[in-house]
Structures are given as structure tokens and as C-alpha cells.
Design a protein. Structure first.
Length: 441
């Protein structure tokens, strides 16, 4: 196979897909800082150590349909996706800000307005296994806010007094509660209507707390959106100092949760000089999926004579029976460090998963959005294997380590530290410059 023009094979050969990793060799392609609307200001809690890196959830919770959300760079899969669709979707639950992870033995996924929990132990009915964390009750209690119960109240057409918690729900908040899931989604009210300052814009709003969320009254909005829900998923993640790796890791679904890091079949598919990098990934909980993906889909991983400047690797789908998929790394990098090669392989394995699983349209050419996901995993692998200070270090000039680190810093808005409020708009701007105008979005 001629790999000289590997970056462009996808455009010209309909039965051959090639997706290349382009890295910034020199200079500072660091776009101006664009922040998500909910980004925390300076002074937010410090990030956790990478020793507390998030653990990907079991495959069972992610089986079935999925949807990718470019707004946050994350997926909803399987049971969590089904729950999101049928319980208010974006207006009620918000968008995903992590993938499913395991926290204290519990499988959860963080959304902007909620935290989903998987409880297979409570029933065999998969539709009833997903519950919402009681974020309203937890956050108010942790902040020392205990709302006094009322002695009693009356019911009207526009209000209801809840004996269970001693609070009244009325008017627009009552209507919204009834129309958008009621007790099952929001729980009981745990406060009366109160006025408080919004953390995001500093303005005063009338709000009411519920067991699982906070209602906010926005009178300047159109009548259909006067009631907004608080971003309690984000607030809880910040308050509990969620490891920022959870924002960037995109672990893939592994059939039967197999650990194939030491499989003889892996040795048959991977070049001996690349095997240590693949196995280094496989020995981390965050990237155990990489060896499994390679073995389960017969992906060959090898060096090849790529001489296009700035291409550090590529994924190729040949659709041949004997060699259906290939990940290639330039021969010139045969003696690069295990960590640098592992970052490249995590990047290309993401492209492989996206192609094989149908996340991307196989007819599409270069896509910035595809590169966003691949770069996220490349950054995650770099930090997991090199350590939390990886972006701060100095590397030998001209080495793959130096080029990888330079590119990942650019992707990370020029920052040497990872932030829970990862700056996706800035990351996309960086990739648009790096890959050029001919790379579609």
C-alpha cells in the first residue's frame, strides 16, 4: 500500500478510508480563549490527582442506540439515552458532560442538569433501572441550607401542598412540574419559592428547590421558557471536584468487557515495537478498550513509510477480508517513547471505533468533529500515562513527545493544566487551523 499521500486517500479511493493524525510541529496555534457559558471563574476547586482518574462503566449500560452531542463532545448510550429521551431530554436533564463512569461502585453519567444512576440490582426491567441523583436535596444539605417545613397548606387549582415535605408548589412552577415528569423526575419540593443569586450571571431570581433539581423563574423569557432548570449536574461535579479527565475521556463499548491486553491474538496483529504502547494503554482502566477493539475487529497496527510532514499516524479501512483495518505510524517514529506512541494509538483507535461502529458517515472526508473526539482520547492517554503534569514538561526538541505535547497543549487552549470546563470551541478552532479549510465540520 502506498502511504505517501495517506491523508488524502479517503478522498480519492472509495473503498479505502484513511483518517490521519496531524500534529503541530512548531509555532503556537493557540486560538483565543472561548469559554462555555457555564465555565467556572478563577478560584474554582483544584483538580483531583490523576490517581483518582474516572473508571469507565460496564458495557451493559451502553448497549443499544446512541447519540453524539457535539455541543459537549459526549455520547448518550443505551439505557441512559433511553431515559434521557423519555424524561424531558435537554430542557429537563441537559446535555451529557461525561461518559458513563463508576463512582463508589455506582455507574453514573453527569449531565448539565442531572446525574443519572444505573441500578440493575433493583429490578430486572431495564426501563426501571435508571434513577436520578437527589441533587437538589444533596446540594442544599451540603451548603447548610435547611428549609423549614410549613405547618400546613391548602390545595387550589393552581397549587398543591405536599404533606410529605411540608412545602407548597404553585402557579408556573406547579404547571411545569406536572407537565414534565412530576414526582418521578423532580421529586417533592423541599423549599418554598425563594430569591437567590444565580451563580452564572450574578442576577437575582425566584427559585424553588426539589429533591432532584431547582426551578428558576425567568420572567424576561418567552412564556414557553419562563421556567428553567438549574445546572445542578455541573454544580455538583464542581462541588465534588470531579476529576477533569471525566470531561475528555471517550471510552468505547467493549464486547463482553473483555480484557485482551495479553491476548496472543494481539501479538499477531500488532508490530512488536508498537505492542508495548498498546499494552500500556490496555493496562489502564481508561484505555482497556484499545487492545479489545484491535483484537475484536482484526485491526493491524504497524509502522509504514509515511513521509507527509506532520502526520503522526493514520487509521485505514481497506474493507479487504484479510486486512480489513490498519492503524499505521510513521517508520521514522519506531524508536519514539511508549507514551507518545500510545497517545497516537489512542487517537487512531478512536477513529477506528467511530468508523466500525457507525458513529461517522463512512462516505465523509476529513471532519473536525471526528478529530475532536480523537484528540480528546489522545490527550487523555497522554495524561494518564505521562502523569498530570505532562503538559507542563519540557521534551527533547524534534521528538515525537515534543510534537505531541505541543499539539495537545494547543488543543487544550494553550493551557498546561486540564480543566473540568474543557474549552471545546477553542479546541475546534485549533483543529480548524491545523487541518485546514478543506476539512469539513
Amino acid at each position: 500500500m502506498n502511504t505517501k499521500d495517506l491523508h488524502y486517500l479517503r478522498k480519492w479511493r472509495p473503498l479505502l478510508i484513511a483518517i490521519a493524525l496531524v500534529i503541530a510541529l512548531a509555532g503556537s496555534i493557540f486560538p483565543g480563549a472561548l469559554r462555555p457559558a457555564w465555565a467556572a471563574e478563577a478560584g474554582a476547586p483544584a483538580a483531583q490527582s490523576l490517581q483518582d482518574a474516572p473508571i469507565p462503566a460496564p458495557a451493559a449500560v451502553s448497549k443499544g442506540r446512541f447519540r453524539y452531542f457535539p455541543q459537549t463532545g459526549h455520547f448518550l448510550h443505551g439505557l441512559f439515552f433511553a431515559y434521557w429521551e423519555t424524561h424531558g431530554a435537554t430542557p429537563v436533564l441537559g446535555l451529557p458532560i461525561t461518559e458513563p463512569i463508576v463512582e463508589d461502585g455506582l455507574t453514573v453519567q453527569y449531565l448539565e442538569r442531572a446525574r443519572l444512576e444505573w441500578h440493575p440490582e433493583i429490578t430486572g426491567d431495564a426501563k426501571k433501572q435508571v434513577l436520578l441523583t437527589r441533587l437538589g436535596a444533596i446540594t442544599t444539605q451540603e451548603n447548610g441550607r435547611l428549609f423549614e417545613r410549613l405547618d400546613g397548606g391548602s390545595d387550589t387549582a393552581a397549587s398543591h401542598f405536599f404533606e410529605e415535605t411540608g412545602h407548597t408548589l404553585s402557579n408556573a412552577f406547579f404547571t411545569y412540574w406536572l407537565r414534565n415528569g412530576g414526582l418521578a423526575v423532580f421529586g417533592y419540593p423541599i423549599s418554598e419559592e425563594i430569591v437567590e443569586t444565580n451563580q452564572d450571571d450574578g442576577r437575582l431570581y425566584t427559585v424553588q428547590y426539589f429533591e432532584r433539581n431547582r426551578f428558576e423563574w425567568h420572567p424576561k423569557n418567552p412564556p414557553t421558557s419562563n421556567v428553567q432548570l438549574g445546572l445542578l449536574g455541573i454544580e455538583y461535579a464542581r462541588a465534588h471536584n470531579l476529576n477533569p479527565l471525566a470531561r475528555i475521556l471517550l471510552p468505547t463499548y467493549i464486547t463482553n468487557d473483555e480484557d485482551l491486553t495479553d491476548s496472543p491474538r494481539l501479538r499477531d496483529l500488532v508490530d512488536a515495537d508498537l505492542l508495548p504502547a498498546v499494552q500500556a494503554l490496555g493496562r489502564t482502566p481508561q484505555f482497556r478498550w484499545v487492545p479489545a477493539l484491535i483484537v475484536q475487529n482484526k485491526i493491524f497496527v504497524e509502522f509504514s513509510a509515511i513521509d507527509e510532514e506532520g502526520v503522526a499516524g493514520a487509521f485505514v479501512a481497506t474493507y479487504s477480508k484479510s486486512r480489513p483495518y490498519v492503524i499505521v505510524v510513521p517508520e521514522s517514529e519506531r524508536h519514539a517513547s511508549v507514551e507518545a506512541l500510545a497517545s497516537v494509538l489512542a487517537h487512531e483507535a478512536t477513529h477506528a471505533y467511530d468508523t466500525i461502529s457507525g458513529v461517522i458517515d463512512p462516505r465523509s472526508s476529513c471532519s473536525v468533529e471526528e478529530e475532536v473526539r480523537a484528540y480528546l482520547n489522545g490527550l487523555g492517554a497522554w495524561l494518564v500515562l505521562q502523569g498530570e503534569d505532562a503538559l507542563q514538561r519540557k521534551y527533547k526538541a524534534g521528538s515525537l513527545d515534543a510534537d505531541i505535547n505541543h499539539s495537545l497543549r494547543g488543543f487544550n487552549s494553550g493551557s498546561t493544566g486540564l480543566d473540568l470546563d474543557f474549552n471545546l470551541p477553542s479546541a475546534r478552532a485549533f483543529l480548524e487551523v491545523l487541518y485546514g479549510l478543506d476539512c469539513g465540520k
